[in-house]
Design a protein around this ligand. Structure first.
Ligand code: PLP
Length: 394
């Protein structure tokens, strides 16, 4: 497929895989049965959901009965946090997370704290710091655990800077202290090896649209025996834990896309890592005064490149790129029109300006070296133009 634009925003979302679409099509048309129906087209839809459940479970080494479909990664994160808190009130209400989580974790915690302040149920949250590459310290985690800690939520890989946490080691610390461990693995699943086997991960969040499935479908892995309240009450769907008639086509698409991603994972990991390194080197060589944000080598997501460009605002680069049909993104919350600097880059201990001037280029299945050539034909020029106008540059 010829792309009419340069696409460097695969961490935001990915194109639907054509084979996932093929798998989904019947469920938009003739296979419209309600999976709760006892007649054959209902039973077929239920079978299709359970087939997808097996595909998702296989991808992370889980049992299919431990996979619960949700409406998004955001919903799965909300469920993990609020569901564990609700089920653990007798023990306490202290949560540990990090300063670099996605807003789908941080804002949930902040909202709970706000409600507690306004007379709601008590909650206390510890936001662990990270080092200058974005790593959480195992010692900091161990030191933060209290007798009333009910949940630890640490992301597998960061969406902005690509840093991959030593999740199995961190989950072990939680387990030793009898605390439930959740990981937001939205940026990791399908792209790098992720397994709940031989680990003490209790809960793991997945989002379909990050690996070629449609938007608006996700899953929460819930290890057998983990105490968690239901997400939605109503019908008996998802074993009474997430009521609502299932999004059959999207669930089928998610299972198919993840199975394909898993079959291509080793080759894509190698291909994208090499491409990432090429882009990093080319930017460093062609543009002065840049800082690579995040970790290096195999502790960085294969498709993640994140640079700060001294003296300029990330948004102004994005606008110039957009005018030239090139999609990338910045960590700033421009979508919420607040122009706050990236909380992730700030947490690395970087100055405000570095957080304001960060741009993420994220590679994916359809990325090519030709696209990198095309980007590098315009990016250095744009940076030079913007710096010439910047009052910050000499
Ligand atoms: N967590 C992380 C790390 C993400 O990158 C995203 C999406 O950007 C989400 C959660 C939210 O997933 P969804 O878009 O499915 O709600």
């Amino acid at each position: 497929m010829q792309k009419p634009f340069l696409y460097f925003d695969n961490a935001a979302t990915t194109p639907l895989h054509p084979k996932a679409l093929d798998a989904m099509m019947p469920y938009f048309t003739e296979q419209y049965g309600n999976p709760s129906g006892i007649y054959s087209i209902g039973r077929d839809a239920k079978k299709a959901i359970n087939n997808a459940r097996e595909q998702v479970a296989a991808a992370i080494g889980a049992n299919p009965t431990e996979i619960f479909f949700t409406g998004s990664g955001t919903e799965a994160n909300n469920w993990a946090i609020k569901g564990v808190l609700e089920a653990s009130r007798a023990k306490g209400s202290h949560i540990i997370t990090t300063q670099i989580e996605h807003h789908a974790v941080i804002y949930v915690c902040e909202e709970l704290e706000k409600q507690a302040k306004n007379g709601g149920s008590p909650v206390e949250v510890t936001y662990l710091p990270v080092d200058n590459q974005g790593f959480v310290s195992a010692d900091d985690l161990a030191a933060a655990i209290r007798p009333d800690t009910v949940l630890i939520s640490i992301m597998w890989a960061n969406n902005e800077i690509g840093t991959i946490q030593p999740i199995v080691e961190l989950a072990e610390i939680a387990h030793k202290n009898g605390v439930i461990f959740h990981t937001d693995a939205v940026q990791a699943v399908g792209h790098i090896p992720v397994s709940v086997q031989d680990s003490h991960i209790n809960l793991l969040t997945i989002s379909g649209h990050k690996f070629g499935a449609p938007k608006g479908v996700g899953a929460l892995y819930i290890r057998k025996g983990t105490k968690i309240a239901a997400m939605l009450n109503g019908g008996a769907q998802e074993r009474n834990r997430r009521a609502g008639t299932e999004n059959v086509a999207s669930i089928v698409g998610m299972g198919a896309a993840l199975q394909i991603a898993m079959s291509e994972q080793a080759s894509e990991l190698a291909r994208l890592t090499a491409m990432r390194e090429t882009l990093i080197e080319r930017i460093k060589k062609a543009i002065p005064k840049v800082t690579l944000n995040g970790a290096t080598g195999d502790r960085r997501l294969p498709g993640n490149v994140n640079f700060s460009f001294d003296y300029i605002e990330g948004e102004s680069i994005l606008l110039l790129l957009d005018m030239n049909n090139c999609c990338a993104s910045s960590g700033s919350a421009c979508s919420s029109s607040s122009l706050e600097p990236s909380h992730v880059i700030m947490a690395l201990g970087a100055p405000h300006e570095q957080a304001h001037s960060s741009i993420r280029f994220s590679l994916g299945r359809l990325s090519t070296y030709e696209e990198i050539d095309a980007l590098m034909a315009i990016l250095p020029k744009f940076i030079e133009q913007l710096r010439a106008m910047s009052p910050l540059a000499e």
